[in-house]
Design a protein around this ligand. Structure first.
Ligand code: MLT
Length: 264
């Protein structure tokens, strides 16, 4: 693990390989450890960088709202510190996808391609906002454990939950390394995120959407709708995978990423 010091926090990351830079942005409430199979297997074709967003994993927390724009800015600051000025491939999963939309809006000139995994362009519904409020109250009163136990069955497919107890445990342990500040900051940031649907037709880089067919959080129809709106976009659906196809279907996920990188 390496770190860079910014004014308000220390950002942890890992990197491996050489070639086109590919930055993997994790989801909520996760950290860079969720990209372990990608960090191990994609570097033969690219320079893989996996940061911990502020307050997640080994990155130190800050108080306040973690807006998607703020998290995208943290990623750009990391690229600057690493002296990466060539265009990158950005791969964001779920909340990491929301951050990718913010990145694509603000820093379009730094993007070579986009991989959107298990994510949606639509903002939170009123019901989703209420659920996030409730989660914040629970986290403030009882800490992060109940949040994580409630999230676990939502991020993994029924197939994974039933047949792969060690993967379930790995994901639990990854989630446990999220600070209370990050849980609260993420929930507020996601709740306030803007509707990215009006921007989809302005995405002018090759885009790949990867979505698990058993994703309990985001229905595949949302991925299909995004594909229709993004001009140069492929969609790969992965069977028996839930919200974390990069962990639940490592081979198929990595193959999809490798094949996409080859087309660039
Ligand atoms: C995530 O996996 O990043 C979150 O589930 C996204 C969300 O809650 O909207």
């Amino acid at each position: 693990m390496k770190t860079v010091e910014f004014d308000t926090f220390k950002m942890a990351y890992e990197e491996a390989g050489s070639g086109i830079p590919i930055l993997f942005i994790h989801g909520y409430p996760l950290n860079r450890q969720m990209w372990r199979p990608q960090l191990e297997q994609i570097p033969s074709v690219a320079h893989v960088i996996t940061p911990d967003l502020r307050g997640h994993g080994d990155s130190t927390p800050t108080d306040g709202i973690y807006s998607m724009d703020l998290l995208a800015e943290d990623c750009v600051n990391l690229l600057d510190r690493l002296n990466i000025h060539q265009k990158i491939v950005l791969c964001g999963l779920s909340m990491g996808g929301y951050v990718s939309f913010a990145f694509a809006r603000k820093y379009a000139d730094r993007l070579a391609a986009l991989i959107l995994t298990s994510t949606r362009a639509a903002p939170d519904t009123e019901e989703a906002k209420l659920n996030r409020q409730r989660s914040m109250e629970i986290a403030q009163a009882q800490g992060i454990d109940p949040i994580i136990e409630a999230m676990l069955p939502r991020v993994l497919s029924p197939t994974t939950l039933q047949n792969r107890p060690s993967l379930v445990e790995t994901v639990r342990q990854i989630m446990r390394r999220t600070s209370l500040q990050a849980i609260l900051g993420d929930l507020q940031g996601m709740m306030e995120r803007i509707d990215s649907r009006p921007y989809l037709n302005q995405i002018n880089v090759p885009t790949l959407i990867i979505h698990g067919m058993e994703d309990p959080i985001i229905p595949i129809e949302e991925a299909q709708a995004m594909q229709q709106s993004i001009p140069n976009c492929r969609l790969i659906l992965i069977e028996q995978a839930g919200h974390l196809p990069n962990l639940e279907a490592v081979e198929r996920f990595n193959q999809a990423v490798r094949e996409f990188l080859e087309t660039l």
